[in-house]
Design a protein around this ligand. Structure first.
Ligand SMILES: [Zn+2]
Length: 240
């Protein structure tokens, strides 16, 4: 059976003499493991389709539960990512997190669109690279049932005041007196709100990018047991 699907390569590993095994995130079928043959031979026509970040229409042949790439038509390889190491690591972190959060063959078309947006923003945008990354992470977490509540205190619904705390098990900001949280900063809160499309205070946001990425990293470790070292790699190079 032949299937056509838009896909993004999340992971690519070598196998056999000249083949690769891809983890493809497809719009129609979620995360799929697919084989692609002969792509490590010199001049292979489909070599592009086996590279991480490749966004293409894939034509897959399905035999039982195995998929092989028959051909692919490139939409975007997000090439400029290779020329800016911080943006490259941010994009890698988006792929790795998508890989960790997505279920095998579980449709997630919203996350798919969000990932394409993030890669576009990172490859072609000129603003703060933490923004497209955090936008994607928040969206992907929300879609996986681990949304972060950004609406004041998660317990009493009141304004956070100027000493917010973050409750990792509740996935929300809170007052010190409302729950067990760790001290967080208003810049993190406002940066996260900005990346969720909510109104935010521009003058409170300075330094929020770095703190927001750190908070999400801890959140992923606490709630999903996922050690996102890719986010640390990004922060080492991030100048925000
Ligand atoms: Zn409260």
């Amino acid at each position: 059976m032949e299937i056509k699907s838009n896909g993004i390569v999340l992971r690519s590993i070598d196998y056999n003499e000249s083949d690769r095994l891809l983890t493809l995130f497809t719009a129609e079928k979620g995360k799929l493991t697919v084989g692609i043959k002969g792509v490590r031979k010199k001049g292979a026509r489909l070599a592009f389709a086996s590279q991480p970040f490749c966004f293409a229409e894939y034509v897959l042949v399905q035999k039982g539960d195995k998929y092989t790439v028959k051909t692919a038509y490139l939409y975007d390889g997000f090439y400029p990512l290779r020329t800016d190491i911080a943006r490259y690591y941010a994009a890698s972190a988006a792929l790795t997190t998508a890989y960790a959060l997505l279920g095998e063959e579980e449709k997630a078309d919203g996350v798919f669109v969000a990932l394409v947006q993030a890669l576009k923003g990172l490859a072609y945008g000129e603003g703060d690279p933490a923004e497209p990354l955090v936008e994607f992470l928040l969206y992907a977490l929300q879609s996986s049932g681990y949304g972060i509540n950004l609406d004041g205190c998660g317990y009493c619904d009141e304004d956070l005041g100027d000493k917010p705390y973050f409750d990792f098990s509740g996935g929300c900001f809170c007052h010190e007196s409302c729950s067990d949280g760790v001290r967080a900063s208003l810049s993190t809160y406002h940066f996260l709100r900005k990346c969720s499309g909510l109104d935010y205070k521009e003058h409170e946001i300075e330094g929020g990018g770095r703190r927001a990425v750190k908070l999400i990293k801890t959140f992923l470790a606490t709630r999903l047991d996922f050690n996102a070292t890719c986010l640390e790699d990004f922060l080492r190079l991030y100048e925000g």
